[in-house]
Design a protein around this ligand. Structure first.
Ligand code: NAD
Length: 463
């Protein structure tokens, strides 16, 4: 199996070495084919997604997987010619006086491996692909085995819209994934959990393959004293309902003053009942499989055993996993540390901003921190006194809808950022170029050193 993967990598690398620097029009053509592959097969994509999830609303799939990916393509189509322009840099004064020129130009890295997860199996394979192709690379994708129908369709459609020397797909179980990340790629982007990320980093180290790691973690929600609770509850309900909370940037736990808890819970109940109305149930998404249902049940049961108060918000759609809230379990509860990744919300009654910040800072840096409130000063304090991949005020998840923002984590939530121009740069070799001027500077610093040399040497420290 690993020799098949290596053979496919050789095909991609051979083609890259022949082409080296694809023109703007070649890159635009590849991006347009990604777009065509998405829009011309929308119903097949949505059917495959629903099959994989047990049930997944067509509208949600169309919006969250197809539209978001097409938006990324459109953004790249519009901006690529500017991203590809060399960026002038100012040479050091002494070299500038010699007539030197400096600039940075983005060159393709070569072949990029994309390892993608199950929760948005199209978008999280194709959004990286957009950045990878925009930067002029070839791509080899290993999609998730947890969504076999979607991954198989991806393999079929990539083969239809691309030659196997441009983009290729390797489907398969964990053994394929393990062999895949051992290949000597020019870059790997992995989206998934932290435990696997550690293995991938070790494997990539063998070949010094640069990595972008898009991980998850526990994204907190700070509910300030100035927060509008109705709005906060509505947006939290959305964050837990959309894709059944199976989103890396879903709100994971909420920090709120004890005296505001009851009001928040009644607003949450009202928001859930609206979202989970009889018509709304057709638009729901299932927890992806039995293993993940069981994992969520265990988190809730353990939270209860550890003294947490459990509330479920039952709506009309009884077959969906009910939004479950776990309030103030003891510090030993596993839900305090494990990423929830589903329609369960942990609430900790901590109302003071100093304590909220201290609570967040005791764990590894989250992918995003959500702040609900009206105070710009508080929001600024959260920004300066914490660290996370992103920061959001009075909303959840919609930061991802902005193609012009970098996306990614820091520390435990990942490394490297992509999307838009950040993705183009992430998958480029941003080469420093220096063109010497008309004066021979090296002659000046060659012995024997003169008094003029000594004077200029001192002067250089002052400018
Ligand atoms: P998953 O089980 O689908 O695994 C992700 C990928 O890793 C798959 O392609 C799989 O084949 C591969 N894989 C599994 N074991 C491997 C191994 N030993 N070596 C190499 N590759 C291996 O997805 P998951 O990990 O359950 O995904 C959920 C996690 O992903 C959550 O933590 C979530 O927060 C995170 N996530 C992050 C982002 C982001 O953009 N930051 C987006 C979505 C999900």
């Amino acid at each position: 199996m690993s020799s098949n993967l290596q053979r496919q990598l050789d095909i991609l690398r051979g083609a890259y070495q022949l082409e080296r620097f694809p023109s703007l029009s070649i890159r635009l053509d590849r991006l347009r084919r990604v777009k065509a592959m998405l829009s011309e097969n929308e119903s097949a994509w949505c059917e495959a997604l629903s099959e994989d999830f047990g049930y997944r609303s067509v509208d949600q799939s169309s919006f969250a997987d197809i539209t978001t990916s097409i938006k990324s393509v459109n953004h790249a189509l519009k901006n690529l010619k500017f991203w590809m322009k060399a960026e002038r840099r100012t040479p050091d004064l002494s070299l500038r006086m010699s007539g030197a020129k400096t600039y940075v130009e983005a060159f393709p890295k070569g072949v990029v491996g994309i390892v993608s997860p199950w929760n948005f199996p199209i978008n999280l394979a194709l959004s990286p692909l957009v950045s990878v192709l925009a930067a002029g690379n070839r791509a080899f994708i290993k999609p998730s085995e947890a969504t076999p129908a979607t991954s198989a369709l991806l393999e079929t459609l990539i083969a239809k819209y691309f030659s196997d020397s441009e983009v290729s797909v390797a489907c398969g179980d964990v053994d394929v994934a393990q062999a895949f990340v051992k290949l000597p790629f020019d870059h790997i982007i992995y989206t998934g959990g932290e435990v696997v990320a550690r293995h991938i980093m070790r494997d990539a180290a063998e070949n010094l393959v640069p990595l972008t790691l898009e991980l998850g973690g526990k994204s907190p929600v700070i509910v300030s004293a100035s927060a509008d609770l109705k709005l906060t509850a509505k947006r939290i309900a959305f964050g837990k309902y959309f894709n059944a909370g199976q989103i890396c940037i879903a709100p994971d736990y909420l920090l709120i003053a004890p005296e505001r808890l009851d009001s928040f819970l009644s607003e949450l109940k009202a928001a859930v009942e609206t979202a989970d109305s009889a018509q709304g149930s057709a638009d729901s998404v299932s927890v992806v499989n039995e293993r993940h249902r069981q994992r969520l049940n265990n988190l809730v049961l353990d939270g209860e055993k550890q003294g947490g108060r459990i509330l479920t918000f039952s709506g009309v759609n009884q077959s969906a996993y009910q939004l479950t809230v776990v309030i103030d379990p003891s510090d030993d509860a596993s839900i305090n540390c494990a990423e929830i990744f589903g329609p369960v919300l942990l609430i900790r009654t901590i109302g003071n901003l100093d304590e909220q910040i201290a609570y967040i800072n005791q764990s590894s840096h989250p992918l995003v921190i959500y702040y609900f409130g009206r105070s710009e000063d508080e929001f600024r304090r959260v920004a300066c006194e914490t660290s996370s991949g992103g920061l959001v005020k009075n909303d959840v998840i919609f930061q991802y809808a902005n193609d012009d923002l970098p996306f990614g984590g820091i520390g435990g939530s990942g490394m490297g950022k992509y999307r838009g121009e950040y993705g183009f740069k992430e998958f480029s070799n941003n080469r420093a170029v220096y063109k010497s001027g008309f004066i021979d500077v090296s002659g000046f610093v060659t012995p024997p050193y003169s008094d003029v040399f000594r004077m200029v040497n001192k002067l250089m420290r002052k400018i």
